[in-house]
Every structure is written in C-alpha cells, then in structure tokens.
Design a protein around this ligand. Structure first.
Ligand code: CMP
Length: 139
C-alpha cells in the first residue's frame, strides 16, 4: 500500500526566478493539498544533512553551495499515491529529459538547478517532512 503524503522543496533557483507562486499553483491544480508550507533557508550543516545520501557524489559540494544560496520553500503535500504522483508531476531530475508540462520542464534550467525536490519514497517523505516541520511549530 502506498502513502498519501510527500515532501517538496522549491529550490533557490526557482525561488529567485519568482516561480514560487506558479509552481504552488501547478501543484494545487494537480490535486495536491498543501498540509504545511514554510519559506526558509538552509544552513550549510542542514543542507549537508538533508543530502547526506549524496555525500560521496562528485556534485555534493556544488549541490550544498547551491541549496544554501538563497531562500527555499518547504511543503508537505497530500494526494493519493503522493510520492509517485508528485514525481510524475515534477518530471525527470535533468530538465532536458523531463516530459512536456512537468514542473522541471517548465521551470528548471539544469540537472543541478532543477527547481524542485520531491521525495523518492514514503519513508523519505516522512523523514524529509520532519526535517522542516514538527507538530509543536507555532509562532
Ligand atoms: P534532488 O531530486 O533534490 O536530489 C539530489 C539533487 O542533486 C538533485 O535534485 C539535483 O539538484 C542534484 N543533482 C543530481 N544529479 C546531479 C548531477 N549529475 N550534477 C549536479 N547536480 C546533480
């Protein structure tokens, strides 16, 4: 059985380009409910922790530098079969390979500057959501 929750981040490239509103609108139009939303920024330590799985990759330092270069928007999304449906909506990691109409085809400019993150499993959706939100977050 698949879960109904996923996690996304609008990355610094898309935020800086002013695409946040259009991306959120596309997410909503495609039937996702926004359960939590936060404009924030990643410290070097947090970016390294979030992407720890990629720490041995040649692009790791460049990825951390990019992800700390400006604000990001984190969100928890709900829809049936959320992880798979959201990955379809965002398209392939490299926008050159992304299908027409996908968020990365529309708003990403390279395999690194790829506009959005989407969790790759139910387990990671929970871990990544908890990374940015918890039930005691009230201001
Ligand atoms: P994301 O889905 O957030 O997961 C890891 C990120 O690393 C990916 O999106 C890209 O931003 C980046 N990335 C993946 N592959 C490469 C690559 N070959 N070169 C540079 N950045 C990459």
């Amino acid at each position: 059985m698949t879960g109904n929750t996923t996690f996304t981040m609008i990355k610094p490239d898309a935020f800086a380009a002013g695409s946040t509103g259009l991306i959120l609108n596309k997410i909503i139009e495609n039937g996702f409910k926004i359960k939590a939303l936060r404009l924030t920024a990643l410290s070097k330590e947090k970016a390294e922790a979030f992407y720890a799985v990629h720490s041995e990759r040649p692009f790791f330092n460049s990825l951390v530098e990019f992800m700390t270069s400006g604000p990001i928007v984190a969100a928890i999304l709900e829809k049936e079969n959320a992880v798979e449906n959201f990955r379809k909506l965002i398209g392939a990691t490299n926008p050159a390979d992304a299908a027409e109409g996908t968020i990365r085809k529309l708003y990403a400019t390279s395999i690194q500057y790829n506009a959005v993150h989407g969790s790759d499993s139910d387990e990671n959706a929970l871990i990544e959501g908890n990374f940015f939100f918890n039930q005691f977050d009230r201001h």
